[in-house]
Ligand binder design. Structure first.
Ligand code: ANZ
Ligand code: ZN
Length: 831
């Protein structure tokens, strides 16, 4: 114990005591609670954490250090700040823990939340804890069930058969991530495909808007590109091909109708609905064998290899030139994209080209390159040939003209296609939000009446885990009366994808305790989120689902806006030894270790200092040490004794510059640069503290503390208090740059002196000799400026400094150095 006390005296601050004290004081005073309605709002948010059993990792810590810093600055700039937190508490790990160690998912989750919360508090994050949300609380998911019912009413939620991964031995549906090389992750049985009735949300209704309104968002370009690709809007045409000798027709989607005259065959997907009618008797055996082979392959395999196919025996008519062309089944044709059928142009499409070569199908060139290129298969736009009346048109023009031409004969239309699929939200899981519908033999699908919400999850003790859908094992949950006919009925036993839970939580933070409706008019005050920060891994799913939800809730009349996050920041990864910190790699640094060894402020400042928020951050123990020493130096500066006042104007002027710099740095999210500037200023203050008046010192030191407070809030709060300031530095008013206090002459002088010290030290280093006397020769008009600094120079250089004007006839200058003097840069001679 004694050792520690001594060490503290040497080092400076007792960080742990200080941090605990101010966390207590902040909480007692309730200063971070946000009140709706007054002033200019600022909504600062980090992505919803999942309460894992491992507590906070460095990625969380970085995320929170950045957002807390911003929330604190905005608060000091007198914005009305909302900075909430909560827990994305449903999900598979809790259920797996239940299966593996018979833990109660709820208890397991709540314990993890307590652990995370304790650590968030240790970091001193300035949350409004009154607004905490847990998605597994019925008070929360009740509203999610209400939204589902409203979507159902509007046709935005619907039920459809869909394929799932099924483990025959666990008798359960597996998520894609739980299928490892075609086998169940738990029991290694071969996974089967099954068709199940499942619930979908109709996100595709919003596909166009989801693409178009990206342009307006202040988001990283990278994320916008990822979203555009994910949604995959593709503009083209749908073309009708009649089947010879049949009333049926095949519709295809193409982005290259300009190549239609070159279409020499059609390929349909192995799942196409017309297959049975297309197969001719002679071909039946061959086709069935082929289909069997294909079904054993994964979609990925089919798309990559892609050349396998079989002729159905049937023909279609190319609507452009009336030619009879064969209809094939092609393994690379996806049933889920476009119409599940493709018009194939081997002369101008690589896959069609390979397929045609293998199956000996003729090719016809219809596009000539505008510039000379020599390729077997030219896939770019060009000029049309062999295309009747469309010859000599450019591809772009031809696409429009040909679609219009065929449209008149009802054989084509313009069509926009999307890669985005409707959102499958059914999960055959226990630990999630129950889907509020009832199945009645007589009445069909019956929504749970609103006044009966929430449909609560039964206690975990009352369901069986491990085989099939756990909720199905609780008969008092499942078997109920139909709300319509009062006859016997069954509840839906699927729960919702947890991405649904995190698609609207940011709205609920605005009025988390409202119990009559999901939101009240506080949403109008706080939304949209002004600063949203999280990892790039959420670029697509979470960030698209949340945008969709906001738009849908707007259409349902619950909110007034269509875009939830005006500004998005994607923080970089934390790495150690060049790769992302991860348990499996064993290169993890636990934030708790750093907090315990140094302090929370040290961890926060290091994280903010070591890299710009959006860049990768390589962990560095030496760097952490350096930050710890810096914070101690700032703390010890408190005890400075001042004497002189020669440098008041210089230091005061520099202080103003600092205010401007730090404010700009933070506005542009250059937090690491702000910290570099604060460190330089602390060094300057250290150097000049004896040469400025007590008043100037206090003003400058106070400024440093105030500007450093958002980065190292506990330490600065303690110093603020020691300086005798009233109230919390956390709530102090941010400083405004005062141009009147800028003294350019004093700054110029100060900087010239600084530079001279550097130059002299450089010479001393080169000669390796300790000087006894130092002579400086200045331009005549700078003599006064340097003479004023001579004491300071002597003190800093550790030798007597004598200053002459170069014009002084009696100067001591045995080596004739004086001639080298330049403006602001005196000549130097050392004895
Ligand atoms: C004829 C053609 C000729 C095509 C040509 C391309 C080049 P994006 O841009 O991704 O939308 N296609 C359509 N449906 C398909 C399916 N279900 N499975 C596999 N491929 C399919 O791609 C549109 C193009 O992808 C379409 O344009 C079609 O091939 C193919 F010189 O039609 B194209
Ligand atoms: Zn009924």
């Amino acid at each position: 114990m004694k050792k520690r006390a001594e060490a503290q005296k040497e080092e400076g601050a007792d960080f742990h005591a200080i941090e605990a004290k101010w966390q207590r004081e902040w909480e007692k005073a309730g200063i971070f609670k946000s009140k709706t309605g007054k002033g200019v709002k600022f909504y600062c948010l980090e992505m919803f954490p999942y309460p894992s059993g491992a507590g906070l990792h460095m990625g969380h810590t970085r995320n929170y250090a950045i957002s807390d810093c911003i929330a604190r600055v905005k608060r000091m700039q007198k914005f009305n700040v909302l900075y909430p937190t909560g827990y994305d508490a449903f999900g598979l790990p809790a259920e797996n823990a239940a299966i593996a160690n018979k833990a109660d998912p709820k208890k397991w989750t709540y314990n993890n939340i307590e652990l995370m919360k304790k650590q968030q508090k240790m970091l001193g994050l300035s949350y409004d804890w009154d607004r905490e949300i847990r998605t597994c609380d019925p008070d929360y998911y009740k509203w999610e069930q209400l939204f589902f019912l409203k979507m159902l009413e509007k046709g935005l939620a619907y039920r459809k058969k869909s394929k799932v991964n099924w483990c025959p031995s666990c008798k359960t549906v597996l998520a894609n991530e739980q299928v490892h090389e075609g086998a169940c992750w738990r029991c290694y049985s071969k996974v089967e495909e099954r068709e199940l009735e499942q619930w979908f949300l109709k996100i595709t209704d919003y596909a166009n808007e989801l693409v178009d309104s990206l342009d307006k968002l202040n988001w990283p370009e990278k994320v916008k590109i990822m979203q555009r690709n994910w949604i995959g809007r593709s503009e083209g045409s749908e073309v009708v091909f009649k089947i010879t000798g049949s009333k049926e027709e095949i519709r295809i989607f193409t982005t290259r109708i300009d190549t239609l005259f070159g279409c020499t065959f059609i390929a349909i997907s192995p799942e196409h609905e017309l297959i049975d009618q297309l197969i001719t008797k002679e071909k039946k055996k061959e086709v069935l064998a082929f289909l069997k082979k294909v079904k054993a392959k994964s979609l990925q395999e089919r798309e990559e290899k892609g050349k396998e196919g079989v002729f159905t025996g049937s023909y279609a008519i190319n609507p452009a030139n009336g030619k009879k062309i064969p209809i094939y089944i092609g393994e690379y044709v996806l049933s889920e994209y476009g119409t599940g059928a493709v018009m194939c142009v081997p002369a101008h499409d690589k896959r069609d080209f390979e397929f045609a070569k293998k199956h000996k199908i003729p090719m016809l060139n219809v596009i000539i390159p505008e510039e000379d290129v020599d390729e077997e298969c030219f896939i770019e736009d060009g000029i049309l040939e062999n295309s009747g009346e469309f010859n000599e048109l450019k591809s772009v023009e031809a696409r429009e003209k040909m679609t219009e031409w065929l449209a008149k004969k009802k054989l084509a239309s313009f069509r926009t296609n999307f890669k985005l699929k409707d959102w499958l939200i059914s999960r055959q899981r226990y630990w999630g939000c129950p889907i509020p519908v009832i199945y009645c033999k007589k009445c069909g699908i019956v929504p749970v009446p609103e006044e009966q919400l929430p449909v609560k999850l039964p206690d975990a003790k009352k369901v069986k885990f491990g085989k099939g859908n756990p909720l199905e094992t609780n008969s008092s949950f499942v078997n109920i009366k139909c709300p319509k006919c009062k006859g016997p009925a069954k509840r839906e036993t699927d729960t919702m994808d947890t991405f649904v839970d995190s698609s609207w939580y940011f709205l609920r933070y605005c009025s988390p305790k409202e119990n009559k409706k999901p939101f009240n008019n506080e949403v109008g005050f706080w939304m949209p989120v002004d600063f949203y920060i999280g990892g790039i891994e959420h670029a697509c799913m979470h960030l698209i689902y949340s945008r969709f939800f906001t738009k849908a809730l707007n259409d349902l009349g619950y909110v007034d806006l269509r875009e939830p996050f005006s500004k998005l920041i994607c923080q970089g990864m934390v790495t150690l030894g060049g790769s992302a910190m991860s348990k499996s790699r064993g290169n993890v640094v636990d934030p708790l270790t750093i907090i315990k060894k140094y302090s929370a402020d040290t961890a926060r400042v290091f994280i903010l200092f070591a890299a710009l928020p959006e860049k990768e951050l390589e962990w560095n123990d030496k760097g952490v040490e350096g930050i710890f020493r810096f914070l101690n130096r700032v703390y010890r500066l408190q005890d400075s004794k001042s004497s002189g006042g020669d440098w008041d104007n210089f230091v005061a002027s520099k202080t103003q510059r600092l205010i401007k710099q730090i404010t700009d740095d933070i506005d542009n999210l250059r937090l690491s640069i702000a910290l570099t500037n604060l460190m330089e200023f602390a060094n300057l203050l250290e150097k000049y503290k004896g040469k400025i008046s007590a008043k100037t010192f206090k003003e400058s030191y106070k400024t440093l503390i105030l500007l450093l407070a958002p980065f190292a809030p506990h330490l600065c709060e303690e110093i603020w208090h020691n300086l005798g300031e009233k109230g919390f530095v956390s709530m102090a008013t941010w400083l405004i740059f005062n141009e009147k206090k800028i003294d350019e002459a004093a700054e110029k002088a100060g900087e010239a002196v600084e530079k001279t010290i550097e130059d002299v030290n450089h010479i001393i280093q080169l000669t390796g000799k300790k000087p006894e006397k130092i002579y400086l020769y200045t331009l005549p008009k700078e003599l006064g400026m340097f003479k004023d600094a001579s004491d300071f120079l002597s003190q800093q250089l550790g030798a007597e400094v004598t200053i002459f004007s170069v014009a002084d006839k009696k100067k001591h200058d045995p080596q004739g150095k004086a001639g080298k003097a330049k403006p602001g840069k005196p000549a130097i001679y050392i004895e």
